[in-house]
Design a binder for this molecule. Structure first.
Ligand SMILES: [Fe+2]
Length: 247
């Protein structure tokens, strides 16, 4: 099976479309999405419509999805710029799409009995895994060999060999990780719509469970188009500006 792994689209239609054009040139059996379909960007309805056409075998909610549809009171816990985008998204979603976001399940979820997906961490969907200490805690809550997460927007691979946990930050525009027996993996492919690692390209991964390898990709997209929509929507200018530098 070949799984297309993606997370943190954040209402960027331009980034999402670019990745799907990339995916179309490859054989993909299933789509796995780790949350944050909305927030920050200006195309929430178009992105939700497109996501639904993929019929992901599994998709879960992120903290922005949860804030938009279920816990509007939690907006105070976001920084002012993120909070204003959440409120704007809430006002601009169609009723059907608000319902779709509301239906997104809370992670973690086990897929095909051998993959776990979660948004932040397997023990807390809102927790940021930002280092080996966090990853070691996460591995305690995981039963599968391979886990994918999102939330930090940084492409990262953590491995667990007999409780020795190591993290590798993935640089460049393509990487490959071979799945070794006896090693467990906790992997963030990076963000589709708002990369924060100073690489402006949209991020995704493909997990080939037969070949036992995970390939990571960064794909160029129409950043100026996404920025113009953010400006035209009256969203905070910083949300457009950050896309040019990948933060
Ligand atoms: Fe996110």
């Amino acid at each position: 099976m070949r799984y297309f792994i993606f997370t943190d689209i954040h209402s960027s239609l331009e980034a999402f479309q670019a990745l799907l054009r990339f995916a179309k040139r490859r054989k993909i059996d299933h789509y796995l999405f780790m949350g944050d379909v909305v927030g920050y960007g200006a195309s929430p309805n178009e992105v939700i419509d497109l996501l639904q056409t993929l019929k992901p075998i599994s998709m879960i909610r992120g903290n922005h999805d949860k804030a938009v549809c279920c816990e509007l009171d939690s907006v105070q816990s976001f920084n002012p710029i993120a909070a204003s985008a959440i409120l704007w998204t809430r006002e601009n979603l169609t009723p059907d799409n608000l319902d779709c976001v509301t239906q997104l399940k809370k992670g973690p979820e086990i897929v095909h009995e051998h993959i776990t997906i979660c948004h932040g961490a397997p023990f807390d969907e809102d927790y940021y895994i930002f280092g080996e200490f966090d990853a070691a805690e996460a591995f305690l809550h995981i039963e599968t060999q391979v886990t994918f997460f999102g939330h930090t927007h940084f492409p990262f691979v953590y491995t667990d060999n007999d409780h020795i946990v190591e993290g590798t930050f993935l640089t460049g525009n393509s990487n490959e990780v071979k799945i070794e027996q006896g090693t467990r993996y906790l992997i963030n492919p990076g963000s589709v719509g708002q990369p924060r690692d100073r690489n402006t390209r949209a991020a995704c991964a493909i997990y080939d469970s037969d070949a036992q390898k995970i390939s990571f990709f960064r794909v160029e997209y129409d950043i100026e188009g996404a920025q113009k929509k953010i400006q035209d929507a009256g969203l905070p200018p910083a949300l457009a500006e950050r896309l040019s530098i990948g933060i």
